[in-house]
Design a protein around this ligand. Structure first.
Ligand code: AOF
Ligand code: ZN
Length: 387
């Protein structure tokens, strides 16, 4: 925060950081809705009265949850919310016992001021939630921690504006920045803490995606196996343009536990997979490969807002080339692979991410003996580093 920030601006920012924090914990659980956080506070005393967040599967909304937690103590107070409150009688109204849209619920609770991090691009809302509040005389300030809130709601924003989910690439590299060649089981180039972090990324996604070669090399499970988070495994998506993968692989055999969707190109017929494995075809792109935009649109149509791509070199290069990667998470070990390693983007190594016009680094830190580095696509939303 700049030294010239007023005490009120500083306080707004602190409460909004708290709202962002509570929302982050439920990433991966609210689709097709965004994970939103709301804090009700007393600006005079600095007391936090209630915290709320979007509930599992997207309802109740964060504001409704915070108001319920405040239990009448929000009157005359301020709400900090990471996304514009909704204003239309959508699912919330029609299915869940005539609940009010959030903007109206805020009015009914008598809040005096609402601080909103960013507008909701949902065309049914798009400024109307703010207009409803202001129209009733509530003071509304917009834009506190906007960049961070936009990255947090990236899946929702992109689904609304670009008909695709947010795409996060995860790549594990050796000390010399290379990928280990697989031999039927995953080859670990990073230690247990980076691997545990990768499982958290799975829990925070609505779908986890891999290409055919990763499945052939590693026969992975792709589930979240962290203690306490085992039920947070997102659906598994495999790109296999000509349906060459055999039905005996681990992922197909465990489809009863976590769903599997297999994407191929039109004209290819899948073999008989175990019941429950879903196959979909999309038209090929101009180069004959799977059209990634079409794959992402198909997932967005299902309500998927966040995809974690556990990318081998071919897929990583394809997403970056098509400008469909929003964030790249690199876990880097210490082992030197030398000539046996492969470049993480086929023809390019990690230097690809040094292009400042396209990528900026938001995190670069040690994690046990390894390194964790996160890049975001420049100009996609904003450039504020993570708190
Ligand atoms: C909020 N607070 O916590 C969330 C919001 O289908 P519905 O009725 O649940 O409404 C879904 C829309 O509401 C969703 O597309 C998005 O625009 C907004 N999400 N709004 O006020 C929340 N998750
Ligand atoms: Zn709402």
């Amino acid at each position: 925060m700049s030294a010239t920030a007023t005490p009120r601006a500083e306080q707004d920012r602190r409460f909004m950081q708290l709202a962002l924090h509570v929302a982050k914990r439920i990433l991966g659980q609210t689709a097709p809705n965004p994970a939103v956080g709301a804090v009700i506070a007393d600006e005079t005393t600095g007391e936090v009265i209630a915290r709320g967040w979007t509930q599992v599967s997207g309802r109740p909304h964060a504001e409704a949850h915070a108001l319920a937690m405040a239990d009448g103590r929000g009157h005359g107070k301020t709400m900090y919310v990471t996304l514009e409150p909704c204003s239309y009688h959508g699912r919330t109204y029609s299915r869940v016992g005539k609940k009010l849209p959030c903007a109206e619920a805020i009015l009914a609770a008598g809040l005096r001021r609402v601080v909103v991090a960013t507008e909701d691009p949902n065309p049914e809302i798009a400024g109307n939630g703010i207009a409803v509040l202001r129209g009733a005389g509530v003071a509304v300030d917009i834009g506190v921690c906007r960049d961070e809130a936009r990255w947090l709601a990236a899946g929702h924003i992109l689904r609304m504006t670009a008909h695709r989910p947010f795409v996060q690439l995860k790549i594990a590299v050796s000390g010399d920045g290379l990928i280990a060649p697989g031999e039927g089981a995953p080859v670990w180039v990073t230690g247990p803490d980076v691997r545990a972090y990768a499982h958290i990324l799975r829990a925070h996604a609505d779908a986890v995606m891999v290409g055919r070669r990763t499945v052939e090399d590693d026969d992975p499970d792709l589930t979240c196996r962290l203690p306490g988070l085992a039920n947070r495994s997102p659906r598994r998506v495999i790109l296999d343009s000509s349906f060459r993968l055999p039905p005996t692989l681990k992922m197909f055999q465990t489809v009863h536990r976590v769903p599997v969707i297999l994407f191929g190109t039109e004209g290819h017929k899948p073999p008989k997979y175990p019941t429950g494995v879903e196959t979909r075809t999309v038209a090929p792109a101009a180069d004959g490969r799977l059209d990634l935009q079409a794959v992402l649109k198909s997932l967005a149509d299902d309500g998927v807002t966040r995809v974690l791509v556990e990318a081998g070199p071919t897929i990583a290069a394809a997403f970056v080339e098509a400008d469909l990667a929003d964030e790249v998470v690199i876990g880097r070990g210490t082992e030197i692979l030398g000539p046996s390693g492969r470049k993480p983007f086929v023809d390019h190594g990690l230097e690809l991410l040094d292009d400042k016009s396209r990528w900026h680094c938001i995190t670069d830190r040690k994690l046990s003996g390894d390194r964790l580095t996160v890049y975001r696509r420049t100009n996609r939303f904003g450039s504020t580093p993570s708190p």
